[in-house]
Design a protein around this ligand. Structure first.
Ligand SMILES: [Zn+2]
Length: 328
């Protein structure tokens, strides 16, 4: 089931029913809003003999895709593939070697299905060289080729890449819509309310909370902790960093980003300062902060940190230090 994004889905269903290849699509927008789920629905449709959204599940193409997750006409590039390739010494899926593999895959005629489909998740991880190498393929994919790039960080893609693709933006989903959707998974109204609140309007994250209710309580504790140190005005940043590191250590695998949480808190404070506390996404009673230009500077620093860590995950420590030097 798809929630939100009705217009985008309508466009994509139209493209699928036309059965025309040569598509170069860029899906972008915040994390956990459903971009990947929708991209997979479209791709399975293009590989399916019946051209059914998400695949019919019965034709030879669908059976091979569903059973083994392997399909000769389907190329899937993501962080897991990157890790597996690195481990076996095959290089990096997001660098030049990876780009060449994508290009030759899409230039080859389909074997089992009518189309060849390449999906690149977290496309912002492509090196600039790899992006340049892909330009021609993105501008004019072969008539039987479909390439989809998905990213929550389009700023790291070259302008020349973005301008060559059909872009679809997937924004945040309406609170009420997420609430109605979650009610079909859980009858626990308190849990649903909390999952919606902590989802930051991202259905994927909300469902994660419903499936793992223990995460809600742990998350609440972390929010309180982060809030406590965030609101310590004038507190020394060494303490803030220590608290942030503790948060990260505990939440490394939960898909909860320290940065989006931090941003949400600062945004709520800004909204409260502007007399718009009812629009706060996370805090029930955000405390307005006296100096809003300070808060904007802080928000900018958090965004910069997020981009730095996105580009180079091992840069977490130095990104923090850089941010601290800017905030002080
Ligand atoms: Zn099928």
């Amino acid at each position: 089931m798809i929630i939100g994004h009705q217009t985008n889905v309508k466009i994509l269903q139209e493209l699928l029913s036309k059965q025309q290849g040569g598509l170069s699509l860029l899906f972008w927008g915040p994390e956990q809003t459903g971009k990947k789920t929708i991209a997979l629905g479209l791709m399975k449709g293009f590989l399916c003999d019946a051209a059914a959204w998400n695949g019919c599940g019965k034709c030879a193409s669908c059976v091979s895709l569903f059973r083994s997750a392997l399909h000769p006409d389907f190329m899937f590039v993501d962080a897991a593939l990157r890790a597996a390739m690195k481990e076996s010494g095959q290089g990096d899926a997001y660098d030049m070697k990876g780009a060449r593999a994508i290009i030759s895959f899409l230039d080859t005629k389909p074997i089992a299905a009518r189309f060849r489909v390449a999906f690149i998740d977290d496309a912002h991880m492509l090196t600039p060289e790899a992006q340049n190498a892909l330009l021609k393929t993105l501008e004019e994919p072969a008539s039987r080729a479909i390439i989809i790039l998905v990213t929550h960080n389009p700023g790291l893609l070259l302008e020349t890449v973005r301008s060559r693709m059909m872009q679809l933006y997937f924004g945040l989903v309406d609170k009420k819509e997420i609430e109605r959707w979650l009610a079909s998974f859980s009858r626990d109204a308190t849990l649903v309310a909390k999952a919606v609140r902590y989802s930051f309007l991202r259905p994927g994250r909300a469902l994660n909370f419903i499936e793992h209710p223990d995460m809600v309580r742990a998350f609440e504790n972390q929010v309180k902790m982060l809030l406590a140190f965030e609101q310590k005005r004038g507190a020394d940043f060494g303490h803030k960093l220590a608290a942030a590191h503790a948060f990260l250590a505990q939440y490394a695998d939960s898909g909860v980003s320290l940065f989006s949480l931090w941003q949400a808190i600062v945004r709520d404070e800004l909204l409260a300062g502007a007399g718009l506390a009812e629009y706060a996404s996370l805090l029930t009673k955000p405390a307005p902060q006296a100096n809003s230009s300070d808060r904007f500077r802080f928000l900018r620093a958090i965004l910069d940190m997020e981009t730095a860590v996105e580009t180079n995950p091992s840069a977490m420590k130095s990104a923090f230090e850089y941010a601290v030097s800017k905030i002080r």
